[in-house]
Design a protein around this ligand. Structure first.
Ligand SMILES: Cc1cc2nc3c(=O)[nH]c(=O)nc-3n(C[C@H](O)[C@H](O)[C@H](O)COP(=O)(O)O)c2cc1C
Length: 316
């Protein structure tokens, strides 16, 4: 009997659907026991969000400052053959509840020495979040055995509009009747079962290992080359903004409200003006540095272990 621990948390239920689809082949296997640990941030994060709440969550998410979590249900001393860590991205970082888990003493006991498959459900920008998670897993002594990413397929600007509508109203329908539905396509969610099949086969085969080439062939972590450059640029500015806001206090502190509002206007400008400019500049850079970009794409797909030109993650 193989034992798999799933650690997850979802606001809208989207990530839960992804993990259910992915783990369905494991749940159906009498030789596999799947144990779910659903994180419980305390207090709960709001959903739907107000604009102010959405922006106020930024500094702590970006700086990976943990929130409080309810005690885990799972016994941290319990043995597992694999841990599936499913997370959503918040501001180019793992969401705050997942950051909190990764920094908890229980995570060390549950993850140290174990293979971990990360599963990401996000809008479209996950590269630097995964770098942060990799660094945390490294600190915990866990072994990253694979990464599966499901993202929105809408274009960047369309995706921003539809996700804003979803996050701020809680409705997953078509904004104004003409935008595509927000979030990850149902057929992509259903398709996550193919990764569960791979995981089941790897569990049965002995010491857990997934073939990076098989994962890449199954499009486990599709990389949009322009975002490699785009995310790096945004992260630099996010670093400045997060420190600027936190200099006035912690989450919800009225003393930081004006700075949080200023950040909102920055975000709007960045999305409407800077994003199209940056993607244009990104395309130019892609033309100029094809080889380096190809190496970076292979790195983010999990095909190579070391990031080109650096020996450690750049995310922090
Ligand atoms: C505060 C916040 C920040 C987010 N930032 C990002 C981001 O930087 N990149 C991204 O691809 N998606 C981002 N998203 C979208 C989430 O990754 C995720 O797709 C969405 O919140 C649905 O997740 P759920 O399963 O928790 O409902 C953000 C969502 C929230 C609420």
């Amino acid at each position: 009997m193989k034992r798999v621990l799933v650690v997850t948390w979802s606001q809208s239920g989207q990530l839960t659907e992804i993990v259910r689809s992915l783990t369905a082949p494991l749940e159906a296997d009498s030789q596999v026991e799947v144990v779910w640990e659903v994180l419980q941030p305390q207090p709960a994060f709001p959903f739907p969000w107000t604009v102010a709440q959405f922006c106020d969550a930024f500094p702590e998410a970006f700086q990976e400052i943990p929130c409080a979590l309810a005690p885990l249900v799972v016994d941290p001393a319990a043995p597992f053959d694999l841990v599936i860590l499913a997370y959503q991205v918040w501001y180019l970082s793992p969401s705050t509840p997942v950051s909190a888990f990764l920094q908890s003493p229980e995570a060390r006991r549950l993850l140290a020495g174990r293979p971990v498959v990360t599963v990401i459900g996000c809008r479209n920008m996950w590269l630097l979040a995964q770098e942060k998670v990799k660094a945390r897993l490294g600190d915990l002594g866990a072994r990253l055995a694979g990464n599966v990413v499901l993202a929105d397929r809408a274009g960047n600007l369309t995706g921003v509009v539809t996700i804003a509508y979803w996050m701020l109203t809680g409705r997953k329908g078509r904004f104004l009747g003409c935008f595509p539905p927000p979030g990850i396509r149902p057929e992509d969610i259903r398709g996550a079962g193919r990764f569960g099949q791979m995981i089941r086969a790897a569990l049965a085969a002995g010491p857990f290992a997934l073939d990076p080439d098989h994962l890449a062939a199954a499009d486990a972590a599709p990389v949009v080359p322009a975002y490699i450059i785009f995310e790096k640029r945004i992260a630099k500015v996010f670093g400045l903004w997060s420190r600027f806001i936190r200099a006035r206090g912690g989450p919800g502190d009225p003393a930081r409200r004006r700075r949080v509002r200023a950040f909102f206007y920055y975000l709007l400008t960045a999305i409407v003006v800077l994003a199209p400019l940056a993607s244009l500049a990104g395309r130019l850079v892609l033309r100029l540095g094809r080889e380096r970009i190809a190496a970076e794409v292979a790195y983010f797909q999990g095909l190579t272990g070391e990031r080109p030109g650096s020996s450690k993650p750049e995310a922090r």
